[in-house]
Ligand binder design. Structure first.
Ligand SMILES: O=P(O)(O)OC[C@H]1O[C@](O)(COP(=O)(O)O)[C@@H](O)[C@@H]1O
Length: 370
């Protein structure tokens, strides 16, 4: 009924000519003033006691992601116009340290993050999916609280999806800088982590170890505002997310678990599960955070430092869990910047049931062409 009424309204206006500009302007939806901006959230004493340096790092990350959002939006136009010729094409421009194809947009997003973080005096070093080695940032000037920071990031996760407009994301984690330790340290040492989801709206999800909050980009104002305070993942969900065309490459434990929840024979008592798989980690984790269940990549494909750790930290801070199929991801210590790992994150009850099946890690090293 609503749709028909709306449609009649549009037809009526067309017949009667355009509304005056002044009336159209008053109908533009505006953000209620009461929602705090990301900057206000970071700097309010209630949210950010004595952490000025960390706040400036997080503010810098958010601003860089606003720029990346714009690049993601414009990629098809740039490609069609012949600038950034392979921004949305499937041809590879190069390969990164892990041997993955790098799209031009991966490199653009990486450049934006590095150059922005270099301007932030509190950032000492960084590690990116797209760089083989540690990136020296600024001098890492200690802030008022005497700390500087190390930032690890995947600038554009899921970039293989850009060509068909499927959501992509950026993932980040922040450590207090320690010259001796660098970034090869347990996920438990993270002081902040999160992701930005470039989708129908652009969302930033953040934890600083005291719960999880979500922010939506007000594209007109060019800043994030707090829209999802205190996100919690439910104890059990009813959605599983995995590339299950790989079923025959899985160990028996994982097959049995997925068979059980598909049949509605899981221990959660919620009935048959549904499958959802975007193949963009940020999108699959974000849906899991909101609706519960599990997001999985059972083969050693995702990077521990800047994919596994941040997602596990967010999930744990929301009341869920992240494991590598055997142990808690946050208790692992990476042996290298680009170490890969299986990743299972989601509702704690679902993760516990998954682990009760024993062998759930895919050890087949088969490579897949898509
Ligand atoms: O091919 P698979 O095993 O389904 O992996 C898909 C996963 O790989 C990713 O595309 C990440 O891969 P990259 O880090 O190489 O971009 C995730 O976004 C997605 O969840």
């Amino acid at each position: 009924m609503v749709a028909r009424g709306t449609r009649r309204g549009v037809v009526g206006r067309a017949a009667g000519g355009m509304r005056p500009a002044s009336r159209m302007a008053t109908r533009t939806p505006r953000r209620p003033r009461a929602l705090p901006t990301f900057r206000e959230y970071l700097t309010s004493s209630e949210n950010s006691p004595n952490t000025g340096g960390l706040s400036s790092v997080l503010q810098t990350l958010s601003e860089a992601c606003v720029e990346i959002q714009r690049e993601v939006d414009l990629a098809p136009i740039r490609a069609a116009a012949g600038k950034g010729s392979n921004a949305t094409s499937s041809s590879s421009s190069s390969r990164n340290a892990s041997g993955d194809e790098q799209k031009e947009l991966d490199l653009v997003a990486n450049e934006i993050l590095i150059s922005r973080l270099r301007e932030c005096p509190s950032v000492a070093i960084g590690a990116s999916e797209e760089n083989d080695e540690i990136i020296q940032m600024s001098e890492g000037t200690a802030g008022a609280e005497g700390k500087s920071y190390a930032v690890v990031f995947d600038p554009l996760d899921g970039s293989r999806n850009v060509e068909c407009n499927i959501p992509v994301g950026s993932i980040f984690g922040v450590y207090e800088h320690d010259e001796a330790l660098g970034v090869l340290r347990p996920g438990r040492d993270l002081v902040a982590a999160g992701y930005v989801l470039y989708s129908s709206s652009c969302l930033l999800v953040l934890t600083r170890g005291d719960g999880v909050d979500g922010f939506t980009l007000d594209r007109e104002a060019g800043e994030f505002v707090l829209t999802h305070p205190d996100l919690r993942v439910r104890e059990r969900g009813q959605i599983y997310s995995v590339n299950d065309a790989r079923y025959w490459d899985w160990p028996q434990g994982l097959r049995d678990f997925i068979d059980a929840i598909r049949r509605g024979e899981g221990t959660g008592g919620g009935g048959q599960y549904s499958a959802r798989y975007v193949c963009s980690l940020v999108a699959d984790v974000h849906r899991t955070l909101l609706y519960g269940g599990l997001a999985m990549n059972p083969r050693s494909h995702l990077r521990l430092l800047y994919e596994g750790f941040p997602m596990a930290f967010v999930m744990e801070q929301a009341g869920g869990k992240g494991v590598n199929g055997k142990t808690n991801l946050l208790d692992m210590t990476p042996s290298g910047l680009h170490q890969k790992t299986p990743v299972f994150v989601g509702s704690s009850g679902d993760i516990a049931e998954l682990l009760s099946y024993g062998d759930v890690v895919q050890t087949s090293t088969k490579t897949y062409s898509v």
